[in-house]
Design a binder for this molecule. Structure first.
Ligand SMILES: *Cc1c(COP(=O)(O)O)cnc(C)c1O
Length: 386
């Protein structure tokens, strides 16, 4: 029986119900480092928790199912996942990477991966001719869509065709939409990256990261790498993410509904010069997203008339929290210039359109009237300040 995405968040397809784990509905936390062998040359299937742990294996199965992959890998953070991913490459390899990526990914590529001999071409994959940047040693294309924080939308299927033609890996960081709204593997990607800290966990309480693939060769390599490097997600954190995933659908729907309301409200404000939300019909990526995703998510970026206005908002928010991160039930506001993208060189940042007037909102699941009332109060206070 084929099951829907909300059911997949709760149940494994063809799950056995033979009374395993005493019929526990919540998957048990196997808080163990090691496993006793039944005899010499025998194994229960689990030997040591760096290699594998039942709670982690269960979470990985859920993630593989949500992204329509053959396997998934649960890591201790999103950055741990991307770091592991980079071990698929060798000195001399070249990667085409989107220019407007999560700041931590840019930091990793520029400071760690480049030191290890990997080179990058940083381009706007949503509008540049990706094929023109392919060299003899190019091995992969790395994108986010929509991007963080400028919400640029790349046509995954179009880039996948280029990757396939040149035998490159297409890697898509799908954190912003979560598997609930977008499945890059179905559109031709080879590897999907997630910061599980965000929508998957959903409660701003746990760090986690994922790699999901539909390729047997990559699965083998990643299984070897996770065993060798050891950043697998701890059993209790696996359980927290499993619990978060159970409500992924209703959280995403609710947060998206709130985000659209707030985007519309922001558009009416004189102090706001630009609202960037792909759910608005005027967003340049709106039509592509309608084709390749099932929703627009709950992340939006907006620009104020002045830096002072942006900073005053950050000073005044109470219900909305001034914090980094995204994808949780609580609404967070971020100042990309000094937070998520502080380590990105100024010229790259500005070239991406991230200015000192730019704010990013991760809309949560509060009553939207309360969020708008708070923004309304703050805007009027700033506008009438002497
Ligand atoms: C947060 C984030 C990451 C990094 O994940 P951590 O869990 O914070 O290590 C990677 N990509 C995107 C798009 C993110 O938002």
């Amino acid at each position: 029986m084929k099951i829907g995405i909300n059911t997949k968040c709760l149940h494994i397809e063809n799950e056995k119900t033979s009374g395993e784990h005493f019929g526990a509905i919540s998957y048990p936390i196997y808080q163990t480092a090691t496993y006793a062998h039944p005899g010499v040359g025998q194994s229960t299937g689990y030997d040591y928790s760096r290699l594998q742990n039942p709670t982690r294996a269960h979470l990985e199965q859920v993630m593989a199912s949500l992204e329509n992959g053959i396997d998934a890998f649960a890591l201790s953070s999103g950055m741990a996942a991307i770091t592991l991913l980079m071990e698929l490459f060798a000195p001399g390899d070249h990667i085409i990477a989107d220019a407007d990526l999560y700041g931590g990914s840019i930091r990793l590529f520029r400071n760690v991966s480049e030191k290890n001999g990997i080179t990058f071409s940083s381009i706007d994959c949503y509008r540049e001719n990706v094929e023109g940047y392919i060299k003899e040693n190019t091995k992969a294309i790395y994108i986010e869509t929509p991007t963080n924080p400028m919400m640029n939308v790349t046509d995954i299927d179009a880039v996948a065709k280029i990757a396939q033609k040149h035998k490159l890996l297409l890697i898509v960081d799908n954190t912003f939409l979560s598997p609930y709204y977008q499945n890059p593997l179905d559109l031709g990607a080879d590897i999907v990256v997630h910061s599980g800290t965000k929508y998957l966990g959903g409660h701003n309480d746990t760090l986690a990261g994922f790699l999901v693939t539909n390729r047997e060769d990559i699965r083998e390599k990643l299984r070897f790498l996770i065993k060798t490097t050891g950043a697998g997600l701890a059993p209790f954190d696996c359980w927290l993410i499993l619990r978060g995933i159970k409500t992924l659908g209703i959280r995403m729907e609710r947060a998206q509904k709130n985000a659209l309301e707030i985007a519309k409200w922001l558009k009416q404000q004189r102090a706001v010069t630009r609202v960037i939300y792909p759910g608005l019909p005027e967003h340049p990526g709106h039509e592509i997203m309608k084709r390749q995703a099932r929703g627009f998510g709950a992340m939006l970026t907006f620009q104020l008339q002045s830096k002072e206005f942006a900073l005053a908002i950050l000073e005044k928010v109470r219900l909305i929290k001034f914090a980094e991160s995204l994808g949780g039930v609580e609404t967070l506001i971020t100042y990309p210039t000094s937070q998520t993208h502080a380590d990105v060189p100024k010229e790259i940042r500005e070239n991406n359109g991230i200015t000192e007037e730019t704010l990013r909102l991760s809309v949560g699941i509060e009553d939207v009237e309360d969020l708008i009332t708070e923004l309304e109060t703050i805007f009027r206070e700033i506008e009438t300040a002497p």
